[in-house]
Design a protein around this ligand. Structure first.
Ligand code: IPE
Ligand code: IPE
Ligand code: MG
Length: 233
């Protein structure tokens, strides 16, 4: 990334759809679970890279509301992996001053994984470096429905976009500037539907376990070349 790009147009918030773990494993004749484990290593690397590049916010799609429809064994393995990594990464994240948030329908997450995630959020709550958010049991439509429910319960229907935003899972998270999807598919898959109204989209064929620092830098450089207009001329 040239200094020019960094100075002029670095994305403040990067959202990532970490896709392709299953295909990465299949290409090696391994069970899908191996791909998920490798994907967790990649995430560790990308978090460190994002923090090093001075990215303010990183939000990663870890498990969607639709992913509950996968075979029970895969779902169980993913929840176990989330619990394990949340615990194992805690000290390092704290050390690097990263603040972790979790968004999604966490009531559906098994208690063990939920506890580890809660722990991670609480432990890093005072950190002031990278704002690192995990979207777990997350769906953009679910988030909008949940916001509507909260509005009805409160008896105060939102009168504009700003008021509606306050009803989202975490209104302090800014809209993503750049959304990266790995794995070759060019779709949103129910991620951050409200927030990505004017987000720049970046798709790469690279499978998530193969997405390393250089690819992150390439995506950021590409973002620097985009012209955002927000409807203006
Ligand atoms: C992304 O990889 C991880 C999750 C959705 C949990 P996939 O598991 O979707 O991998 P592919 O897309 O089948 O290769
Ligand atoms: C999107 O990937 C969800 C996550 C990366 C967590 P999927 O693999 O679930 O998306 P589709 O089914 O290909 O659209
Ligand atoms: Mg997939």
């Amino acid at each position: 990334m040239s200094p020019k790009h960094r100075d002029l147009k670095a994305p403040e918030h990067i959202a990532v759809i970490m896709d392709g773990n299953g295909r990465w494993a299949r290409a090696r004749g391994l069970p899908r679970a191996f791909g998920h484990r490798e994907g967790a290593k990649t995430l560790h690397e990308v978090v460190a890279a994002a923090a090093g590049l001075g990215i303010g916010w990183l939000t990663v799609y870890t498990f969607s509301t639709e992913n509950w429809r996968r075979p029970a064994r895969e779902v169980k393995g993913l929840m176990k992996l989330i619990a394990e990594r949340a615990h194992a990464e805690q000290a390092g994240l704290l050390e690097s001053n990263a603040r972790v948030r979790v968004i999604g329908r966490l009531g559906d997450v098994p208690p063990v994984s939920r506890r580890k995630l809660d722990d991670l959020v609480t432990t890093t709550a005072a950190c002031t470096g990278l704002n690192f958010t995990l979207a777990i049991s997350y769906g953009g439509r679910a988030e909008i429905i949940d916001a509507c429910r909260r509005a009805v319960e409160s008896g105060h229907p939102p009168s504009d976009e700003n008021e509606f935003r306050q009803l989202l899972y975490d209104p302090t998270i800014p809209d993503p500037d750049l959304l990266i999807r790995t794995g070759g598919d060019q779709r949103i898959s129910n991620y951050l539907l409200w927030q990505s109204a004017y987000t720049e989209l970046y798709f790469t064929e690279t499978l998530w376990p193969d997405f390393h620092r250089a690819e992150l830098e390439a995506a950021i450089a590409e973002y620097g070349r985009r012209q955002r207009r927000f409807g203006r001329v």
